[in-house]
Design a protein around this ligand. Structure first.
Ligand SMILES: Nc1ncnc2c1ncn2[C@@H]1O[C@H](COP(=O)(O)OP(=O)(O)OP(=O)(O)O)[C@@H](O)[C@H]1O
Length: 602
């Protein structure tokens, strides 16, 4: 329940007085609705069905109030009050319902935005740790359940308020019988605690199933080519069959639980009413008017007990979802890379003027382990130079790049930019100067122009065409149905791996970066396009700091300096020709293997 209370606290802080105004509206509307029951008594007396004088309490009071009026005038007054109360109830109810939806909608918007903002502010290691589909699950399915829980809670409050008013009225009519009904209700509530506990357990199974389903389906849709080409369809279908059966079992168990609890409430209410009427008539000789009114009240009160019980079960089943959302937000906050100092740095850039210095840097992914991914790295990347990083697969090249870009912080040593260590005050400004092109380029499902504008707000079409020419893809874009306005990505035009790489390179350039990081950025290109891009990058030389990671070592020939790393350590460093000529070194040997000729041929 603590998890739900946390969200209610947030709702209270967010909505403030509006929340209480709405609750007051609910109370008023419930009260006005209840007036109908109270009016039933004088109405029946006025039309001569029953004698009010014999009832005592409220009945005698009602008879006294109508005493001075003609029967017809009395009827007019009673019906007038009834009509006014009902119309006022409908108007207030309408207003309260609309305000409730508005309030909940605004609260939903706030929750979504806050959760996503906190997610965006989490550091890169957080995303390395978490499974993407789990984050999607929490931000979609679980968050929707949290909003459902808030909605159910507000309904519960309305039900409780209404029930209290009904209890008050019932008390006025017959205190003794009302106490008896309440005692029965309390006894039933004790019995039904079991239902609430079971609902909570089923709620956690719902969360787990949703998580497994989303994770599995996401994995499989992403790996559909593998599934089809390796004929794994049957195995995958079996997986889903098993999961679906488990989901079905849980859904049926939940419905059974709801139905059981409702059955207990309905059966007990029927038995109670029957026993009640019998006892009143046979033992207490209660008047017909009292019997009728009590039956009406009972019939109105008991369904409220049932709805409170049902709301409590729904709330309990949603507790795990509330916990999941709170946990994700807590984790995001704990991994936040944004500090107050960072937020106050404005939107400036920090271009590298002299050098980036990787000084004695060591890093490990598993902070509790002893194995370092990078150990004692020392690199100097001169501003406006082209630096190549080479090494075997798994040597630590991408890890080094992530550290240089400030996506992760070294466990030992420092990344110095013009002599100053990367810190809260300069990190964002430094990152704004970087354009990064990864091996597996990502484009948003939007038009080419929008993709460019996301990277460089305010960029002109002329600048976009310039970047496209640079990345050898202007021809490609001209040939697309809507040119720059063609939508690319999942729902738009499908591009080949090489075409995507060239577009992402153009997008990187359009930002006019001070540092361009290319991590295997030309690996999917054919020889001609690779040559063209190589030429273009060579033309950029001197205008920006370029860092290139590539397995195809020939693409590094324009670099001013090459660093070779192996098993997390710096193995070789020097000019391209110098390293290529050293047949005893990793770089020289690799070049020979890749080309089958002497390095001098480059
Ligand atoms: N998120 C991670 N968690 C734990 N270990 C990781 C993580 N990412 C990479 N590693 C490990 O760190 C080492 C270096 O990985 P890295 O990706 O930096 O190598 P690389 O030189 O870029 O490889 P490649 O050329 O194949 O891309 C590898 O042993 C890898 O298994």
């Amino acid at each position: 329940m603590k998890a739900i209370m946390q969200f209610l606290k947030e709702l209270h802080q967010f909505a403030g007085a509006a929340l209480y105004r709405n609750m007051l509206g609910m109370v008023t509307s419930s009260f006005l609705e209840s007036i109908g029951v109270l009016l039933l008594v004088p109405l029946l007396g006025l039309i001569g069905l029953v004698s009010l004088d014999m009832g005592g309490g409220y009945f005698s009071w009602a008879a006294g109030m109508l005493d001075g009026f003609e029967p017809l005038a009395g009827l007019g007054i009673v019906l007038g009050i009834y009509a006014l109360a009902t119309i006022a109830h409908s108007l207030i109810h309408r207003r309260v319902m609309i305000r409730n939806v508005e309030l909940q909608g605004q609260f939903a918007k706030k929750l979504r935005l806050e959760a996503y903002r906190e997610l965006l502010q989490a550091n890169w290691p957080f995303f390395l740790r978490k499974r993407g589909s789990d984050i999607v699950n929490v931000l979609t399915i679980e968050l929707a359940r949290v909003l459902g829980a808030v909605n159910t809670f507000l309904q519960l409050v309305a039900s409780v308020i209404f029930t209290l008013i009904q209890i008050g009225i019932a008390f006025w009519l017959s205190p003794l019988l009302t106490l008896f009904v309440l005692a029965c209700g309390a006894a039933l509530a004790l019995v039904s605690r079991r239902f609430i506990r079971s609902a909570k357990q089923l709620g956690s199974q719902t969360s787990q199933h949703a998580q497994h389903y989303l994770a599995g389906i996401t994995d499989q849709i992403n790996g559909m080519k593998d599934i089809k080409s390796n004929t794994m369809e049957l195995a995958r279908l079996e997986w889903l069959q098993e999961l679906s059966s488990s989901m079905l079992r849980e859904q049926v168990a939940y419905v059974k639980l709801r139905m059981n609890s409702q059955f207990v409430y309905k059966a007990s209410s029927t038995l109670l009413i029957a026993a009640f009427i019998f006892a009143c008539f046979a033992m207490f000789r209660t008047q017909g008017i009292q019997l009728l009114t009590i039956t009406v009240i009972f019939a109105r009160l008991w369904p409220r007990f049932t709805s409170i019980q049902s709301n409590l079960e729904t709330l309990s089943s949603m507790i795990p979802a509330c916990r999941a959302v709170l946990e994700l937000r807590e984790e995001c906050r704990a991994s936040s890379e944004r500090t107050e100092a960072m937020e106050n740095t404005g939107g400036g850039r920090l271009p590298v003027l002299n050098e980036i210095n990787v000084r004695n840097v060591s890093f490990k992914y598993d902070k509790s382990g002893s194995d370092y991914t990078l150990k004692g790295m020392n690199l100097r990347i001169k501003a406006h130079s082209t630096t190549a990083i080479a090494g075997a697969s798994g040597a630590g090249k991408s890890t080094l790049i992530d550290l240089i870009m400030g996506l992760m912080r070294p466990d030992e040593g420092h990344i110095l930019v013009d002599g100053e260590p990367l810190n809260d005050r300069n990190l964002l400004a430094y990152r704004r100067t970087i354009s990064y092109v990864p091996q597996d380029p990502f484009l948003f499902n939007a038009s080419i122009k929008e993709n460019m504008e996301l990277m460089a707000p305010g960029v002109t079409e002329e600048e976009i065409w310039g970047a496209l020419e640079f990345a050898s893809c202007a021809e490609l874009v001209r040939g697309l149905p809507q040119g720059l306005h063609t939508v690319i990505g999942d729902r738009g035009i499908r591009l080949s791996g090489g075409e995507r790489q060239r577009l992402v390179l153009a997008r990187a350039i359009v930002r006019k970066p001070s540092i361009l990081v290319l991590d295997e950025a030309t690996s999917a290109l054919d020889a001609e396009n690779e040559y063209n891009i190589q030429e273009a990058i060579d033309r950029l030389k001197g205008s920006m700091t370029i860092i290139i990671v590539a397995h195809r070592l020939s693409t590094l020939r324009g670099a001013d300096q090459v660093y070779v790393i192996g098993q997390g350590r710096l193995l070789e460093q020097g000019a391209f020709d110098q390293l290529a000529a050293d047949q005893g070194g990793y770089f020289g040997r690799s070049i020979q293997l890749q080309t089958g000729s002497q390095a001098s041929s480059f």
